[in-house]
Design a protein around this ligand. Structure first.
Ligand code: GLU
Length: 554
């Protein structure tokens, strides 16, 4: 009669190391009290999803603020879904968002004492643990074919019982050891299943750092832990890796919450203490009044790269994601404008419980606030970096004269309440075009938005007077504006709207009409930043040229 040892050796003849050896190879980490070891465990299946960025930010934050370790592990056991090269590019994209790990997988290399950090390189480690389970009768080979499993599912559906491989339905769990060994030696394909001792009618208690105390049905499924390709399933790799990498908090998407009973039973079966768990919300969006998960295929905002391309600053997106992470973050940031994200104390308990709703308006708000806080010089640098990658036209404009562009970006930046002109870098080009002659001349070939009720002769006289008397380059804004009022008065325009309304018969209009004429002449549009700054950036000669051109178009 065969023994479990025969079975274990029939399956893994070359595996000689034991779990005890692994415990020695990966000793407990020597960290200060309260230091948390967290990880981000992406699968190399595509671009960096906004939800994954969110999860990784949380992992990084928790480790950093506790003086712990944040590491990255590449979960590449699902070879069918793998997209070659996407592991490296995930790391590159995370770097852009400042998510840099202390240890683990870095794309082109790995660093740390708890590796390898790429699951496909850990095959032997999993085998050691599976061998241990086989030896204790807690795992067994399953020879059921796909057809057999399909037909099992059908029967279960028809009989309205819980689907899966468990209890009386787990056919292979009762094969004798002799039979198992014989089938293996015959070369019959198999997977290895965990032998569950649970009963789904029992309740177990668990704690989730986000959700608090939970009561869940015990696991009774004999889940697959080892696939026929020689690699473990997610569940088993999670057990082994998070144990031997000495993770203290597993923060992962809430889609894993239903699997928690499986994971707790796995840890239990090894006599290992399970890590703390935090199941973080999935990011949702409103679609025609219905909340749904951000979809990789349908929603451009599911890819982090979308926000970069669209010109949102990285930091604003991170701030925005923190409003999802912690309900008190936004208020904290508003009250502590000078403090940075790094200063914020994150707590799992303040995370929203059900799917967090993506709110682009909030992102816009943070982005606008952030960009308005940048000096002209900083804005130039940041816009240049963005444009270099995403907008050649703007890039060329910036590098044609960096000082000039910085001046444009600096408009009303030195004031106490700096202007909030831009929400994202992609808006800059259209808003600054008029400063550049190659665009301005072209814009002036279009019909100009003059006030139709204003006599063309009056406009001409005002503009001529303006060109010959303006002294913006010699005086401050108030003095310049006082001069503009005098000019207005000379041409029968009231010094403000109120005065005009009180005495309409006396005036042709008010100061606003005069400013509008100048604005249209200089920018071809009724909207522009503060005209005093525009004048100073353009310079006297250019102002005169533009006014002459505008007059010729009347
Ligand atoms: N590779 C898993 C995923 O991408 C990781 C889940 C986890 O963090 O444990 O969903």
């Amino acid at each position: 009669m065969s023994t479990v040892l025969d079975l274990a050796n029939a399956i893994f003849p070359d595996i000689k190391e034991t779990v005890a050896d692994l415990e020695k190879r990966y000793p407990k980490r020597n960290l200060v009290d309260g230091a948390e070891v967290t990880r981000f465990a992406p699968s190399p299946t595509g671009f960096l999803h906004t939800g994954s960025l969110f999860t990784s930010l949380v992992g990084q934050k928790v480790a950093n603020q506790s003086g712990g370790i944040f590491y990255i592990r590449l979960e590449d056991t699902d070879t069918k879904r793998e997209i070659s090269g996407s592991g490296e590019s995930l790391i590159e994209q995370m770097k852009v968002f400042g998510v840099v790990n202390d240890e683990g997988y870095f794309g082109s290399y790995e660093k740390g004492d708890y590796g390898p950090y790429i699951q496909s390189k850990r095959a032997d480690i999993y085998k050691i643990v599976i061998k241990d389970l086989l030896l204790r009768g807690r795992a067994y080979p399953c020879f059921c074919t796909k057809e057999e499993l399909d037909s099992l599912r059908k029967t279960q559906e028809e009989n309205k019982v819980i689907p899966g491989y468990y209890g009386e339905y787990a056919r292979c769990r009762n094969l004798s050891l002799d039979e198992q060994i014989r089938l293996i030696q015959e070369g019959k394909p198999y997977v290895i299943r965990f032998r569950s001792l649970g009963n789904h009618e029992n309740k177990i208690e668990a704690n989730d750092l986000v959700r608090g105390h939970l009561e869940l049905s015990e696991n009774d499924q004999d889940i697959v832990i080892y696939k026929s390709d020689g690699l473990p399933t997610y569940h088993f790799a999670h057990l082994v890796d998070d144990h031997f990498m000495r993770t203290t908090i597993v923060s992962r998407g809430e889609e894993w919450l239903p699997s928690l009973p499986i994971h707790l039973e796995l840890f239990n079966s090894m006599g290992w203490e399970a890590p703390k768990y935090a199941h973080v919300p999935v990011i949702m969006k409103m679609d025609n009044g219905v909340r749904r998960k951000l979809s990789k295929r349908k929603d451009s905002e599911a890819a982090c790269s979308f926000f970069l391309q669209d010109g949102y600053p990285v930091y604003a997106l991170k701030q925005y994601l923190f409003t999802i992470a912690n309900s008190n973050y936004e208020e904290w940031q508003i009250q502590n404008k000078d403090l940075k994200l790094e200063d914020f104390k994150f707590t799992f308990a303040k995370m929203s419980l059900d799917g967090a709703l993506f709110d682009i308006d909030k992102l816009r708000y943070f982005s606008k606030e952030l960009l308005s806080s940048y000096s002209g010089e900083k804005m130039k640098e940041e816009a240049k970096k963005w444009a270099k990658q995403y907008c050649e036209e703007l890039y060329n404009l910036i590098i044609s004269d960096e000082e000039y562009f910085a001046k444009i970006m600096n408009i009303e930046k030195d004031k106490e309440n700096p202007r909030k002109d831009y929400e994202k870098y992609s808006e800059i080009l259209n808003k600054v075009k008029f400063f550049y002659n190659q665009y301005y001349l072209d814009m002036m070939t279009q019909p100009l938005p003059w006030n139709p009720n204003m006599d063309k002769e009056v406009i001409k006289n005002v503009l001529n007077d303006f060109a010959s008397t303006t002294n913006f380059d010699k005086v401050n804004e108030q003095e310049w504006f006082a001069g503009l009022k005098e000019l207005a008065a000379r041409h029968h325009f009231a010094e403000n709207n109120k005065a005009f309304k009180a005495n309409k018969d006396l005036y042709l209009g008010h100061i606003g009409d005069v400013a509008e004429m100048v604005r249209i002449a200089l920018t071809s549009s009724k909207q522009s930043p503060n005209i005093y700054y525009v004048l100073n950036i353009l310079g006297l000669e250019e102002v005169k040229n533009r006014i002459a051109l505008a007059i010729s178009k009347l």
